[in-house]
Design a protein around this ligand. Structure first.
Ligand SMILES: Nc1ncnc2c1ncn2[C@@H]1O[C@H](COP(=O)(O)OP(=O)(O)OP(=O)(O)O)[C@@H](O)[C@H]1O
Length: 259
């Protein structure tokens, strides 16, 4: 398993949110977490993204407990995992700088120093201008023509696509996407879903939190159903949606569960 959560439990002051959650993702696989609002999808993604340790259970990278690694080693693992939040949070600068920024903060200190020296000395790369990975990431989301536009002037859908490109440009092995298309129109949704499929084809593992079951059906290899703070069922979408093992999944899919 490349990245896995094993028996994770976690809560906040108001009480437990996740209890005994296990989920994993492999290279080239898309796993969706479906569940009603407030059930803990974001909390699970943040734990997988190593933003903070779980109260109990482990997050493993290639079978090593990430919270038992040295800080340097854990930082190395975190660079392999990139998360796109529900809010794109772009800053007041051209699109290109927003995407490049994501890449820079992910670089090791020595690479950053080298990049600064290169920029200062005006080497070939600096003269050529834009990093080709940044352009490629923007091409994947169909926004290569917006490189120079201020990110704050983009539409909501475009901003979400730039946030996706920023994550891709860090060259991660795993992408964690929190409701990547909520509030987007069908056209922008299709672009993001195609970018997810493309990432998968290139061997990235993708974990998507969504409350949109149709989306889960379209994009996933496996679906995990998160209800009442735990994954009650995992399987291929056709199994989970058409012949679930757990009656609560059937009720959730049928819209019979009230939250
Ligand atoms: N930092 C925090 N401090 C306190 N409570 C939190 C914190 N983060 C999440 N929670 C609570 O944990 C619960 C799960 O939240 P979470 O955002 O993980 O759910 P979700 O399934 O992603 O919801 P949505 O689909 O609405 O985004 C909620 O009750 C939320 O209020």
């Amino acid at each position: 398993m490349t990245l896995s959560a094993i028996d994770l439990s976690h809560g906040f002051d108001d009480g437990d949110v996740l209890s005994d959650v296990s989920l994993s993702v492999e290279p080239g696989e898309a796993v969706t977490i479906v569940g009603p609002s407030g059930t803990g999808k974001t909390t699970l993604l943040r734990l997988l993204g190593m933003f903070h340790p779980p109260e109990s259970g482990t997050v493993r990278w290639r079978n090593e407990d990430v919270w038992r690694l040295s800080e340097d080693d854990r930082l190395g693992v975190r660079r392999r995992v990139s998360m796109v939040f529900q809010e794109p949070s772009l800053f007041n600068a051209p699109v290109e700088q927003n995407v490049t920024y994501g890449r820079r903060v992910r670089q090791t200190w020595s690479k950053r120093v080298r990049a600064t020296v290169t920029r200062t000395l005006g080497s070939r790369t600096a003269m050529e201008g834009i990093d080709s990975d940044v352009t490629a990431a923007l091409e994947t989301v169909g926004l290569a023509d917006k490189l120079g536009q201020n990110a704050l002037s983009l539409s909501g859908g475009e901003a979400q696509r730039v946030a996706f490109a920023r994550a891709l440009a860090t060259d991660p092995e795993i992408l964690l996407l929190d409701e990547p298309t909520s509030n987007l129109d069908p056209q922008n949704t299709a672009v993001i879903e195609e970018a997810i499929a493309d990432a998968r084809r290139r061997g990235l593992g993708v974990v998507v939190a969504t409350h949109d079951m149709h989306q889960a059906e379209r994009i996933s290899d496996r679906v995990g159903v998160l209800l009442d703070g735990t994954i009650i069922e995992t399987g291929p979408p056709e199994q989970v949606f058409d012949s679930p093992d757990d009656d609560r999944t059937r009720q959730f899919v049928a819209g019979e569960l009230m939250y």
